[in-house]
Design a protein around this ligand. Structure first.
Ligand code: EPZ
Length: 416
């Protein structure tokens, strides 16, 4: 089990390049199942989840060649229409093969995702949407078994905003017979990036980025090239780390227009932020101020940034109310932060964080991807050494994080 050892107290300074977005790369890799032609993807991030998705697609018969950060996927010879439990249990995003498989091949067997650390995370909305499009679906031995001669366009209303639910059904609808309307759809930028890629493949999609997406099905899609958008959560994570450490950093190859609420909250915490094209500069002088926040679907404050902001609030001046409205159990990092001396009380889905003047290094355990990022931030500012265990969670979603942080002046190293 690998660990990270961090000596706290260094200010982060310098420049860091932001990688391609994990949550855009994963659905877009599944889009390769929708065509027999080649899909060429640029700016792919080197992440564990991307490697897992690649393995899953290769098991199905997709050819996937990676050269640097360019991946070429070729779905001409898909011969296995299944996502097995051992894959889906480690990566819930594997459910994103369901829509494309049923749309192009008329059948799919996808394991139900197990629960995960941050909540039950069912896929009932994915299933309901496919049934509305005419798929016959049965749940047998923990697998979703879906069949359809040809999916038909349908009007689908999401009673909960679901990012991968929207992505799965948008992909399925691109080959359905007729028009599909997705209402109360997710507006996340990663949904829009997927729509850009699908349009490049010949799909007819409009309204992506709003809560109503219209897709007119085609008989087939063709190959395309697409550059994966920058990772807004990696961007936010580095900005919060720099703010917590009282440093001054510049992000490159990123986008500020999809980080409004995060930049606003960082400004409220006392950071100076300057945007220049695809670069974001952050300068933090002195101790941050506490910031209240409430997570909600895009464009509101992202749930994937809640744990990181909590780390900032633990050492801020004042007290902060943090409300998590998306997942029922996304405070797993709280008890670990308490080990570092943080003062946090939880009441249901609300955490009250009272800022302390300093944290003290300790051994802590990562429980999920973003929680582990928040523990890295806490370790960067804690006095003494912090050792974080189970950092495989971190490697799922952050490309070479300790190399990037060391480059910014952090004293951080991976220990076996
Ligand atoms: C996506 O997960 C992201 N993952 C998550 O990022 C992110 O936290 C989440 O969206 C919310 O923004 C990817 O894009 C690969 P949801 P997803 O469906 O799609 C409930 C990270 O750190 N729901 O939007 O799985 C669900 O339980 C990861 O990179 C149903 O009830 O999340 C949750 O409470 C973590 N039924 C809420 O909706 C369904 O069929 C939002 O879930 C689907 C979802």
């Amino acid at each position: 089990m690998q660990k990270l050892a961090i000596q706290g107290g260094n200010r982060l300074n310098g420049e860091v390049r932001i990688s391609g977005a994990k949550n855009a790369a994963l659905p877009i890799m599944c889009a390769a199942l929708l065509t027999a032609d080649e899909l060429r993807l640029d700016n792919m991030p080197d992440l564990h989840d991307v490697a897992t998705m690649r393995k899953l697609l290769e098991q199905m018969g997709v050819k996937a060649v990676l050269q640097g950060n360019q991946m070429t996927l070729h779905g001409a010879h898909v011969d296995k229409l299944e996502a097995p439990y051992d894959m889906v249990k480690t990566m819930r995003a594997a459910v994103l093969v369901l829509g494309p498989l049923v749309a192009r091949f008329g059948e799919a067997r996808v394991s139900l995702p197990g629960g995960c650390a941050i909540g039950s995370r069912p896929v009932d909305l994915h299933i309901k949407g496919l049934q509305a499009m005419g798929a016959e679906i049965s749940i047998e031995h923990g697998y979703i078994h879906a069949r359809a001669k040809r999916l038909k366009g349908a009007r689908i209303f999401f009673d909960i905003v679901s990012v991968t639910g929207t992505e799965n059904l948008m992909m399925a609808a691109t080959l359905a017979d007729g028009v599909t309307l997705l209402e109360n759809a997710a507006r996340e930028p990663e949904v829009v990036d997927l729509a850009h890629c699908l349009r490049a493949m010949g799909a007819k999609i409009s309204g992506d980025g709003t809560d109503t997406i219209t897709i007119t099905g085609a008989d087939k899609l063709h190959g395309a090239s697409h550059r994966i958008m920058p990772d807004r959560i990696e961007s936010g994570t580095f900005l919060v780390a720099a703010a917590a450490s009282g440093g001054s950093i510049t992000l490159t190859d990123t986008r500020a227009d999809i980080l409004d609420t995060v930049l606003e909250k960082l400004t409220e915490a006392g950071a100076q932020i300057r945007v220049e094209g695809d670069r974001i500069h952050l300068q933090m002088n002195g101790r941050p101020k506490s910031v209240n926040l409430r997570t909600a679907p895009y464009p509101a404050f992202p749930t994937d940034m809640q744990a990181q902001f909590m780390a900032l609030n633990t050492i801020a001046e004042g007290s902060a109310m943090m409300v998590e409205t998306i997942f029922e159990n996304r405070f797993m990092h709280v008890q670990e932060m308490r080990r570092l001396g943080a003062q946090i009380d939880i009441e249901g889905n609300t955490a009250l964080v009272r800022g302390v003047t300093h944290l003290e290094g300790a051994t802590v355990m990562a429980t999920d991807l973003r929680a582990s990022a928040s523990l890295v931030i806490a370790g960067l500012v804690a006095q003494g050494e912090t050792v974080i265990d189970r950092i495989y969670h971190l490697d799922r979603g952050y490309e070479h994080i300790e190399a990037k942080l060391s480059q910014l002046g952090a004293n951080i190293r991976r220990i076996k």
